[in-house]
Design a protein around this ligand. Structure first.
Ligand code: LR7
Ligand code: MN
Length: 588
């Protein structure tokens, strides 16, 4: 058998070298997947992924033909080990044109081999965690796409093939959501037939959107677990076992990887913080915030242990297939893009399941600044209609808060028939949204029972607190609006004050001031909520003073001239600029 095995190996290597035209050094090892492994001069192990059917070699290059350019100029070492791609100055103009097609740097992506190597991003301890992986449930990986680029789509596929134990990977299902590019038709079908893993392609005859496309993929999946990925991801070592082990322990836990960033311009792989979880703001936009105290404690004890998250980003997660259908899969009346991640998250938590992030699972995703697709019927008919459905079905009285500040969604709301989803909620005996906020996300900034919600108005100067508009809100001075413009009912003027004394506004922003005096007047700022005592305040309804809990000073307005005024802390003096009214605003 040894002789047979060696001669087989020799044959395989000769075959690959001749037919795939790869020259390898005698001391190098060529793995089955065309990744070459060797030790460099310093004895450091190097892994290089060779080209395996990038565009421009033998695949029709429709996107470039559209622009009438043929730029493809392979760089075998581009992007290896997650490094950034450098584009030569002479190519910059074409690079910019190509960028528009997918809203990421297509030229850079196309230079990187489809099976580029990536470092192991996990903590050391993760390596010994999943030794019993052969007992885990098997999975179907489902990837939906609409007009995706060849190189990003197939690099996603190759990263799954290269970095998942074959024993756990039942199949990869690609769902083509009515793409309009030729190379995603026959060329793709022909190419996937050559892959060492079973890859099936489902085609939607018309554009359905990612929600219905995923549902179609899920229905035909033969794996016990469904693992969803966006079409521009890269899975890193150990990503799958860390997900499946969670589902093996409890089939009602839905699990997400840590989502790293593949830079939209350089395609560098950038590891992200493991200290974030998913939540959302008053506009129902998905947001990453710092994880809660209980989860921090879990991480301190064991940073490899999965921790709970209030919501998921939506694109990357694994779920037990039967559980997925038991709890109502997706809302089929949601179209194209958006909102389905919150709908699924609320449903899982409110109906008895849970969502976790597995820190030993790292998957990269190309984050883009804008969307390359058309939204048939416009954004209002898709995203806002989807979000209106989320609110109507799952958010109880808090739906009114969302509709109050979102005209687009408010206009769509009366056209939604959500009866079947409400019935689902009843039949599953799901808990209330208030329960969800209190128990799953106690750090939330929604106006639940016993909290003040409204404007905070200064009596001396007729101004009210205003969340500054600029991005990157950390450590900025609090804004102040003149009272005549202060009645516009915009969310930036709304504050929640909790029983514990935190003054919070949308996006987990809190009123903050230093505990001890430094140089100059103490400024009141806004900061990401930490729920530490420096963010605690006491409002005295008799004296109408707003005092900082630890330094006992009073919130005051300091006006130096007409354009410049600031919120500061001063010794309490009973003057009118230290008097504040809390004006409640009705939202129910
Ligand atoms: O009509 C469409 N049909 C599709 O098949 C529109 C899109 N798609 C595909 C598309 O090709 C892609 O593979 O759907 C996938 C998601 O679309 P993207 O990548 O354009 O959007 P995104 O990355 O901004 O999407 C995030 O939000 C979406 C809301 O509907 C989905 O939940 C995505 O899965 C989600 N992506 C992630 O969670 C990855 C991490 C991003 C974050 C945070
Ligand atoms: Mn995406």
């Amino acid at each position: 058998p040894l002789l047979f095995f060696t001669s087989l190996m020799v044959f395989v290597i000769i075959w690959t070298v001749i037919f795939k035209n790869i020259k390898i050094h005698p001391k190098h090892v060529l793995r089955e997947n065309n990744q070459e492994e060797y030790e460099d001069k310093n004895g450091v192990k190097v892994v290089i992924g060779h080209y395996v059917g990038n565009l421009g070699k033998n695949i029709p290059n429709a996107t470039y033909e559209m622009l009438n350019v043929n730029h493809f100029n392979p760089q075998p070492h581009a992007g290896q080990n997650g490094t950034p791609v450098v584009i030569e100055p002479k190519d910059l103009l074409i690079m910019q044109q190509l960028f528009q097609i997918n809203r990421f740097n297509l030229m850079a992506s196309d230079k990187i081999p489809l099976n580029r190597s990536l470092p192991d991003y996990r903590r050391k301890r993760c390596q010994s965690n999943y030794l019993d992986y052969l007992t885990y449930p098997k999975t179907s990986v489902i990837i939906v796409f609409h007009n995706e680029a060849w190189s990003t789509l197939l690099r996603t596929v190759w990263s799954v093939i290269n970095r998942s134990p074959r024993e756990l990977l039942k199949e990869i299902i690609l769902v083509d959501d009515a793409s309009e590019r030729d190379f995603l038709k026959k060329a793709l079908s022909d190419y996937v037939a050559t892959l060492p893993v079973k890859v099936r392609i489902l085609r939607s005859p018309e554009r359905k959107g990612l929600i219905k496309a995923r549902l179609n993929g899920a229905r035909i999946a033969s794996g016990e677990v469904l693992t969803f990925l966006d079409a521009h991801c890269e899975c890193t070592k150990g990503w799958l076992v860390a997900l499946l082990s969670v589902i093996k322990k409890d089939r009602k836990t839905v699990v997400c990887p840590v989502i790293d960033n593949i830079h939209d311009n350089t395609f560098a792989y950038i590891k992200s913080f493991e200290l974030h979880w998913g939540a959302f703001n008053w506009n129902l936009q998905f947001r990453w915030y710092t994880i809660g105290g209980r989860q921090l404690a879990v991480r301190k004890l064991d940073p490899t242990k999965p921790f709970a998250t209030p919501t998921m980003a939506g694109g990357l997660f694994a779920i037990d297939k039967n559980y997925f259908f038991e709890i109502g899969s997706y809302d089929e009346n949601m179209s194209i893009w958006g909102g389905e991640n919150l709908e699924l998250s609320f449903r899982i938590w409110q109906c008895g399941g849970q969502i976790e992030i597995a820190p030993c699972s790292h998957v990269g995703h190309v984050f883009r600044k804008s969307s390359p697709y058309s939204f048939p019927g416009g954004l209002d008919k898709t995203l806002y209609a989807n979000l209106a459905r989320v609110a109507l079905v799952w958010m109880d009285e808090f739906a009114s808060l969302f509709f109050k500040f979102n005209e687009e969604a408010r206009l769509m709301k009366d056209y939604q028939n959500v009866t079947s989803r409400i019935n689902l909620r009843k039949s599953l005996k799901c808990k209330s949204f208030q329960w969800y906020l209190n128990n799953v996300w106690p750090q939330h900034f929604f106006p639940t029972e016993g909290r003040f919600f409204g404007r905070i108005r200064n009596l001396g100067e007729d101004r009210c607190l205003l969340k500054p508009e600029r991005k990157g809100l950390a450590n900025q001075p609090m804004g102040l609006a003149r009272i005549d413009t202060c009645l516009e009912n915009i969310p930036d003027e709304m504050f929640v004050m909790t029983k514990e004394g935190f003054v919070m506004t949308d996006d987990s922003i809190c009123l903050d001031a230093p505990e001890r005096e430094g140089l100059g007047p103490m400024k009141v700022k806004i900061m990401a909520c930490t729920l530490y005592s420096r963010q605690k305040w006491v409002y005295d309804s008799k004296t109408q003073e707003f005092r900082h809990l630890t330094n006992k000073k009073c919130m005051d307005i300091y006006i130096s001239d007409h354009t410049n005024n600031e919120l500061v802390l001063r010794d309490c003096n009973g003057k009118n600029t230290q008097k504040w009214a809390l004006d409640p605003v009705a939202w129910r």
